[in-house]
Design a protein around this ligand. Structure first.
Ligand SMILES: C[S@@+](CC[C@H](N)C(=O)[O-])C[C@H]1O[C@@H](n2cnc3c(N)ncnc32)[C@H](O)[C@@H]1O
Length: 353
């Protein structure tokens, strides 16, 4: 299942740690400096230290009016060194380990073992107007004549919502597809999102429910979406959104604490709230990127266990997962609802090119 929970908190901005303020490779660190992300911390240090050093070491020369180019170079160094040291200090605290999870193998095993889990969790969630996530997503599908590709369709929860449409589901999990077929949802094809078994320009719309943050390599997947979509075709995507505050947050907080993590790992963490930007970079025209919070009742320990089971947790020891189930179970009671903030992104391919 794909759900986002509260992420790491950035010490400097007080906001959640994001790719814009953390780094893994030295190249990313250099880019953060060039983009001025260290300036808020490093500039005040550089101004104070640089000014003091310049006054002590070059002040008399400057006041006497005998400063040469080399004096000014020294003054510049007085500012540059503390700026660099403060930037390095800032970056040292913001390094994140490279994600070495073999995601594709993990995801196949996960979904084969838990077919239909995303639908089981999200299918029961509603917003304030009692609307459900999948209906909300499909509202933005274009007219009924377009062929719809459901990318990484899973158990195909969208199929029954568009009964008259020409619809095709693709997923790489045999377990998920078997469940879809058993429910009479089809046609479905087993295949990889990064190598779609579909011809060029063959569909009018792609529906990507809860999958773009997990499909790897995302660049290849989006290139495939562009290849199979007709010019002018529409992509509607549903992705988890970050949660800042709100009713039910305590439930997630308990889960994270018991798991001993600050955030849930994702193959493509940027493809959640950052999805519109990624799509634009791939040549899509983004029409909308609305956020909405859905809530699901966690009325008893069974519902609590289902939700914890619905998280991707590669590398988390089983005793911690068990502790998370227990933590959420102790929070559960009839009427208590856990929030699932989601984002619906609607984009289309330009008609020409
Ligand atoms: C979070 S589930 C979403 C399933 C479905 N769209 C839904 O909303 O219920 C993600 C789905 O992506 C599929 N998946 C992950 N990586 C894939 C890939 N590279 N190619 C095809 N399917 C993939 C998984 O098997 C799983 O069914």
């Amino acid at each position: 299942m794909a759900v986002d929970v509260a992420g790491e908190v950035c010490r400097h901005t007080g906001r959640q740690m994001c790719p814009r303020c953390s780094w893994t490779r030295p190249r990313d660190a250099a880019l953060l400096v060039l983009r001025g992300r260290t300036a808020r911390t490093a500039l005040p240090v550089a101004i104070v230290v640089g000014t003091v050093l310049s006054l002590v070491n070059q002040g008399s020369t400057i006041l006497a009016g005998t400063a040469t180019t080399s004096t000014w170079v020294r003054v510049a160094v007085n500012y540059a060194v503390p700026f660099t040291v403060a930037s390095v200090g800032y970056l040292a605290g913001r390094r994140t380990a490279a994600d070495t999870t073999p995601w594709q193998g993990y995801l196949v095993g996960y979904h084969d073992a838990r077919p239909g889990i995303t639908e089981l969790i999200l299918g029961q969630a509603t917003d304030r107007r009692a609307e459900r996530p999948y209906s909300w997503l499909l509202e933005r599908l274009p007219g009924r004549h377009a062929v719809i590709l459901d990318l990484a369709c899973g158990s195909a929860p969208t199929r029954e919502l568009v009964p008259d449409a020409r619809w095709l589901g693709v997923d790489f999990s045999a377990g998920e597809l078997a469940l879809a077929v058993a429910a009479g949802r089809g046609p479905v094809v087993r295949g990889r999102a990064e190598q779609l078994p579909i011809g060029d320009n063959s569909v009018g719309a792609v529906c990507a429910a809860m999958c773009l943050p997990v499909l790897t390599p995302l660049d290849e997947v989006l290139a495939e979406v562009k290849r199979v979509l007709r010019p002018g075709g529409t992509l509607v995507a549903l992705v988890p959104s970050r949660m800042w505050f709100g009713r039910g947050l305590l439930g997630w907080w308990r889960v994270l604490r018991a798991l001993g993590v600050r955030s849930q790992p994702w193959p493509n963490p940027g493809a959640r709230d950052g999805l519109p930007k990624i799509l634009r970079a791939h040549g899509f025209v983004v029409e909308a990127g609305e956020r909405r919070v859905f809530r699901r009742e966690i009325g008893d320990p069974r519902a609590a266990a289902l939700v914890v089971d619905g998280l991707y947790l590669p590398g988390i020891p089983p005793d911690r997962v068990e502790a998370a189930r227990a933590a959420l179970a102790s929070w559960a009671r009839p009427g208590r609802r856990l929030p699932f903030p989601l984002r619906r992104v609607v984009a289309h391919l330009p008609v020409a090119g």
